[in-house]
Every structure is written in C-alpha cells, then in structure tokens.
Design a protein around this ligand. Structure first.
Ligand code: PBG
Length: 324
C-alpha cells in the first residue's frame, strides 16, 4: 500500500491511537538496579562520573533497596568493594566478604527483592584482572575453581541468582556443577555471555576500584568488531547451563541484542553500562539534551532491540518516571 491509499500519519494523530499501535512497552518489571556495597557505616560516597550513584555501606544499601522494591523494581545486581585485595581475590569468596554480608542483610530486611550477585575477581585481586595471573597471563582453568567458590559462597549467603562477568571459558559449567554439588540446583545463572572489551566501563572501574593495574582485558573480553562470535559465546553458555544470557554494553551493541534474540530462546538481559549512563548525565548537565527523555528513549530502544530485561543505573529514575 502506497500513498495516498496508505497514510502512516492516520494512526499517529492522537495519544490513544499511538498507545494502541505501540509495539514496545517499558515497565518497572524490566529493570534491574546495579548497586555498589562498601564496608563501614552510614557511608554514601558519590561516584563523580556517575551522578546519582553511590558506594553504599550496608545500612544505606538497604534504604536504596527498599526504594527500589517500593517502585516495583524486581531485582538488584550487587557489586562489592572489599577492604583488602590480594593476588587470588580471596575476599570474593570469603564467608564474611562484603557481598556475602550485604546479601544476607538485604534478604533479611527486603526479602521480596531478587538479589543477583556479580561473580568476578577484578574488584578483589590486587592486579585488577578477572582471573588468576601467572607470568603476566590471565590463567583460564585455574580461575574457574575460584569463580565457582565465589558463586557458591554468594548463594549460601542468600543470593537468588549469580551472574559471572569474568569471561573465562567454561565458567558457566564450572559454576553450575559447583552449585549442583552443593545442593543449590535451584539457583539460576545469569551469564554475561557477550561481554565486550569496552571503554564504556570506565566510570564503573572508578566506582568499583577494579581497573587492571597492567595491560587490558582484551585476552578475555570480546573484540567490539565481532558479531558472529557473540552467537558462539551465547550458545556456549546456554549449553553449559545458563538460565539468562546477557549482552553488555547495550546501546553500542543493539545489533548484537537483536541477533541473539533471533538465535537463542532463553531470556536475555542487556547491561546499559556506566559509560552509557555517564554520557547522558554529562550532556544533561551541559543543558544539551533532555536527560529524562533521552533516558526513556534509550531504555525503550534496548527493549525494542529484543532485551527482556535491562540492568541500568537509571532504574530508580525510570521507575519513578513510569509511575508518575
Ligand atoms: C567486572 C564488571 C565490569 C562491569 C560489570 N562487571 C567491569 C569490567 O569488566 O571491567 C562494568 C559495568 C559498567 O560499566 O557499568 N568484571
């Protein structure tokens, strides 16, 4: 059908028509709020490159989790900032580690919210890499056991779901086996399946003190130039037992989200990362864009591309916008 028989504007002429033909909807159900837990009491350290985001001690963390729950956000993703770091990242799997303590406090006070924990070593290792380092090489297989221990220890502390973000090969299988061996077969794994080696993680590394001390993450995170490889990564994680797969970052990788949606039938998450958040906040501060509108458009675009859920630092703001 061509003009003048077809007029696309007919169904755009009023808000009710537009609502009736809208293909994508965003709701608080789609949002997962990432949070940073730090030791101490009454701490709320602003993260300069992520306005509105904080490193929170457990008491303050609980307040924020309560707000998220009240706004209908179903889940949070928890990152820990430990007091000490060492070559093996032992605080990642310590019984009394920051994430373990935070998870159990949150599940105690706000049992209705799903707590997902980020499983990685980079915040906990003194070299800042996501695995064990030997002679300057990030050792894949030796790292798997530590990741599995971390996942089991988070789950024992009360985590509802674990999310490995390290990009070692075989980690989903190692974590699935360790959880099952410990009677934790009902704990799902959200795997950071297609995680790119991205400069958009810059503000996060400042927030979580997790920048590598030497080199970069190119030997384990994906090359931004690749797309077929994302399918292989996601397929591998599905076969190893992932329950939800993730693409990260989101906005510069909408094509990957869309492709994985077509090829894989598991629920898919997309991570709207720190740099994506920082860019919008910065441009808003300069008065160059309408921050709230760009936020909603961005989140809608990620859903339109095919994501079922979005990890985003905008979760609280977007949920408020959706409520009002
Ligand atoms: C840890 C991890 C990172 C992010 C999530 N988990 C940083 C990295 O891989 O360097 C980035 C999140 C963000 O930028 O918002 N492996």
């Amino acid at each position: 059908m061509l003009f003048p028989d077809y007029r696309a504007r007919r169904l755009r002429q009023n808000p009710a028509f537009r609502r009736m033909v809208r293909e994508t909807s965003l709701s608080a159900d789609d949002l997962i709020l990432p949070l940073f837990a730090i030791e101490g009491k009454n701490i709320k350290n602003p993260i300069p490159s992520m306005p509105g985001q904080y490193q929170l001690s457990i008491d303050n963390l609980i307040k924020t989790v309560r707000d998220a729950h009240a706004l209908g956000i179903p889940a949070i993703m928890l990152f820990g900032i430990p007091e000490k770091k060492d070559p093996l990242g032992t605080q990642a799997y310590a019984k009394n580690g920051i994430v373990q303590k935070a998870v159990s406090a949150i599940k105690n006070k706000v049992p209705g919210i799903v707590v997902i924990t980020d499983v990685c070593l980079c915040q906990y290792t003194d070299h800042g890499h996501c695995g064990i380092v030997e002679k300057g090489i990030i050792e894949n297989d030796a790292t798997l056991d530590l990741l599995a221990r971390t996942a089991v220890s988070h789950t024992r502390a009360g985590a509802d779901m674990v999310a490995p973000s390290d990009m070692m090969d075989g980690r989903v299988m190692a974590i699935r086996e360790a959880l099952d061996d410990n009677g934790l077969e009902n704990t799902p794994i959200m795997s950071y399946a297609a995680k790119y080696c991205s400069a958009f993680y810059g503000p996060f590394r400042e927030a979580a003190h997790s920048a590598p001390r030497f080199g970069d993450r190119r030997t384990y995170q994906m090359d931004p130039a690749n797309s077929l490889e994302a399918i292989r990564e996601a397929t591998m994680d599905v076969e190893e037992g992932a329950d939800i797969i993730m693409v990260k970052p989101a906005l510069p990788y909408l094509d990957i989200i869309s492709r994985i949606r077509d090829e894989i039938d598991l629920p898919m998450a997309a991570y709207n990362v720190s740099g994506e958040y920082a860019m919008i906040k910065a441009a808003e501060k300069m008065g160059w864009i309408d921050g709230a509108k760009v936020m909603m458009e961005t989140l809608t675009s990620i859903k339109r591309a095919g994501a079922d859920m979005i990890l985003t630092y905008f979760a609280l703001e977007a949920a408020k916008e959706l409520r009002d």
